[in-house]
Design a protein around this ligand. Structure first.
Ligand code: GDP
Ligand code: MG
Length: 482
């Protein structure tokens, strides 16, 4: 989806006049891309209609840049609505749902349900660990007495993450185990284990392949354990089938139908089908699972998702959060030899942040340095604009690193004025300034074409960032959201 949409938008940006034909072509391209991404037909129609009417309102705007930019905004906005049930068209808002609070007594209980294989157990551990990292004291309870090995799977992963755990090898009634586990961590008066615990995460079996039976099991467990929140776990690869499941779930839980969509990483169609289907039921998606590793859980934010994954525009704010998280981890794991490094990273992070509005070549250089150093610590690369570093996973990372090195070598041969200028393209690409490009090319031992390529990439990125800037200003860190 990313590529075809970016293509459509780029095409539109190229044409000097935005006339009706350009708009219609663009709408068609966007629609085709959405359908290819498995987005529901009704949703595509709605998106198309509202982009169309947004564009009609633009007729009064001056032609040229403003109009093109406004159309681009309308597309991004509509895509975000499509994935955000709270902002979405139609009537009604998603019900308010419970958000765990640090230090809450008695501890909050969050129960995870979902079909077998959807990723419940994995997500329970990720979710508990996510909260542990932000200052909670979570505990895990295994109420899956059905699948052999379920208990060991959760026990081992809990131990690895250093999270207290409860489960039983002898009890076969899931309701009994769930109640015992919850009591153990909830009642500080009766159990030492409950001391300090403020979040109890209950994993269930989802042994049924039938929705009705699954919901019945959930109802029994919920009645016995009185969870504050029930979370449905769904596999993104089921695509639009997520609609029926999410709807049935929403109609049968009283405590707020909240959903995690897993396996967003391994899905060729980018998960747009499942996400738009869930949004259509007005159930909030709180997290997405993006891999098998414990850290592969992301707080879901529709705007960030649209710009980063769907459009491949890159999401600098998300990138910043990721870096800050990684730095916390690094501080904790830092060994002696690495002292100066963190200092440097902090400095560069500040440079990049300060550059959110004037994205100079120097800021790009800092960004590259960060990617080089922090790369292995997270999927940082996926936060950058698609064209620049690609979003195609490991095979390409090698090439990306080379590209970054090449660009940095070129920038090493630039003057301060060139690195800090607000519009380096203008500074270096005019006829009179030809000598600047030649000098940089000679100095870095790179062909002129590569210098030009760097300037073009930089310009593209600066434009994208300036368009995302309003969201950046308003955006808060997502840590305390869930
Ligand atoms: P459960 O039966 O619902 O408890 O599912 P599990 O948690 O045991 O997960 C089933 C499989 O999906 C396991 O192999 C997990 O590693 C895998 N899995 C879970 N979440 C993700 C995800 O976000 N991405 C990927 N690629 N795999 C996942
Ligand atoms: Mg399981």
């Amino acid at each position: 989806l990313g590529e075809s949409l970016v293509g459509a938008l780029a095409q539109m940006a190229k044409s000097t006049v935005v006339d009706d034909k350009v708009v219609v072509d663009c709408l068609n391209d966007v629609s085709r891309a959405l359908l290819q991404a498995d987005v529901r037909f009704e949703t595509v129609r709605a998106v198309q209609a509202s982009i169309g009417s947004a564009v009609v309102n633009l007729q009064s705007l001056a032609a040229g840049t403003d109009r093109r930019r406004a159309i681009k905004h309308a597309v991004v906005d509509e895509l975000r609505r499509m994935l955000d049930p709270a902002a979405g068209g139609g009537t009604g808002k998603p019900p308010p749902f419970f958000v765990p609070r640090k230090g809450r007594k008695p501890a909050s209980v969050v129960m995870f349900v979902g079909l077998q294989g959807s990723g419940k157990t994995t997500t329970c551990v990720k979710y508990a660990d996510y909260h542990r990292r932000t200052g909670f004291s979570p505990a895990l309870v295994c109420a899956d007495t059905f699948r052999a090995g379920a208990l060991d799977q959760l026990r081992q992963n809990a131990a690895k993450a250093g999270i207290p755990f409860y489960g039983s090898y002898t009890e076969s009634d899931p309701v009994r185990v769930a109640v015992e586990g919850v009591d153990r961590f909830r009642n500080a008066d009766q159990a030492a284990a409950a001391e300090g615990c403020d979040l109890i995460v209950v994993d269930t079996s989802g042994r049924h392949s039938q929705e009705a039976a699954l919901l019945e099991e959930m109802r029994q467990l919920a009645e016995a354990t009185r969870p504050d929140l029930v979370v449905l776990v769904m596999d993104a690869t089921i695509g639009q089938a997520a609609f029926d499941q999410a709807l049935a779930f929403k109609q049968s839980v009283e405590v707020g139908a909240v959903i995690v969509v897993t396996k967003m990483d391994g899905h060729a169609k980018g998960g747009g089908g499942a996400l738009s289907a869930v949004a259509a039921t007005k159930s909030p998606v709180i997290f997405i699972g993006t891999g098998e590793h414990i850290a592969d859980l992301e707080a879901f934010d529709a705007r960030s998702f649209v710009s980063r994954r769907l459009l491949g525009m890159g999401d600098l704010p998300g990138f910043m959060d990721k870096i800050e998280d990684a730095m916390t981890t690094m501080t904790m794991a830092a060994d002696q030899g690495q002292e100066g490094l963190e200092q440097q990273l902090l400095h560069e992070l500040t440079t990049v942040k300060g550059a959110s509005f004037t994205f100079t070549l120097r800021a790009l250089y800092s960004l590259f340095r960060l990617v080089q150093r922090m790369g292995p610590l997270g999927h940082l690369v996926s936060f950058l604009p698609a064209g620049l570093l690609g979003d195609k996973g490991k095979q390409e990372e090698e090439g990306q690193q080379d590209k970054i090195k090449r660009y940095m070598t070129i920038m090493d041969s630039m003057s301060a004025a060139e690195l800090d200028g607000a519009d380096p393209m203008k500074l270096m690409m005019t006829k009179q300034q030809q000598s600047r490009i030649n000098r940089v090319a000679r100095g870095s031992g790179r062909p002129v074409s590569q210098v030009v390529e760097l300037l073009q990439e930089h310009k593209r990125m600066a434009e994208m960032l300036s368009e995302l800037a309003p969201a950046h200003v308003k955006r808060k860190r997502p840590n305390n959201k869930h």
